[in-house]
Design a protein around this ligand. Structure first.
Ligand code: 5GP
Length: 220
């Protein structure tokens, strides 16, 4: 083992546990942008595409942003155990399809979840050690409100409702492993990348280390 130096080491390092990274935040804290940026520079990370009963917003694509389905189909999927977690958020249902996540993890990929606190709680039960939970906060209430208006994809009534709900979402901040305050996007992204890198380095996630150290000490 390890006679060929770095190429052997690279092959050995494939033997790692995939990370499940949960990103939650109140609407308008910048989570979608940060998710996109994190995926852009992490080829080994895939996004979990959720299923929802809410209608697509303009520009949203079925199978890319969400799988958009009706309430009856959603209920059938719950019944058939097809969700890793599911919850009612605002007036709609959202759920994480189980099989793509299991396939990605089995392929050695990390998986990123944009889900709310209810989903994070359920995944904690299901995934335990493999889970890293990150909460993104806006720098102020005023900024949160202004971001929701700038996005302008929802009606005024929906925005008002989301503002009211944001307080409830924020109240769960202490259930998360890491908190990022997204005041400046570059700084927030740097913090997010640092968290993911450090979590990947954790000993228990790097199953290749045992055989590697054994080979080191046995002089192979
Ligand atoms: P939106 O309708 O703005 O896309 O999402 C509303 C909220 O639902 C966001 O906080 C988002 O994180 C959450 N959400 C999206 N997909 C899921 C999911 O599969 N499970 C849970 N529990 N929450 C979700």
């Amino acid at each position: 083992m390890l006679n060929n130096g770095s190429s052997d080491l690279k092959a050995l390092k494939q033997n790692r546990r995939g990370l499940m990274v949960v990103l939650s935040s109140p609407s308008g804290a910048g989570k979608s942008t940060m998710t996109r940026m994190l995926l852009a520079d992490n080829t080994n990370m895939t996004m979990s595409v959720s299923t929802t009963t809410r209608r697509p917003r303009s520009g949203e694509e079925d199978g890319v942003d969400y799988y958009f389905i009706g309430k009856t189909k959603f209920a059938d999927m719950i019944e058939d155990g097809e969700f890793l977690e599911h919850a009612k958020v605002f007036d709609n249902y959202y759920g994480t399809p189980r099989s793509p996540v299991e396939a990605a993890l089995a392929d050695g990929h990390d998986v990123l979840f944009d889900i709310d606190w209810q989903g994070a709680q359920q995944l904690t039960q299901a995934a335990g050690d493999d889970l890293v939970k990150i909460f993104i906060l806006p720098p102020s209430k005023r900024e949160l409100e202004s971001r929701l208006h700038t996005r302008a994809q929802d009606s005024a009534a929906v925005i008002a409702k989301r503002m009211a709900k944001s307080e409830a979402e924020i109240s769960h901040w202490a259930e998360y492993d890491y908190i990022i305050v997204n005041d400046d996007l570059d700084t927030a992204m740097q913090e997010l990348r640092t968290i993911v890198s450090a979590e990947r380095m954790k000993r228990r996630r790097q199953m290749w280390l045992g055989p590697f150290v054994k080979a080191l000490t046995e002089g192979q």
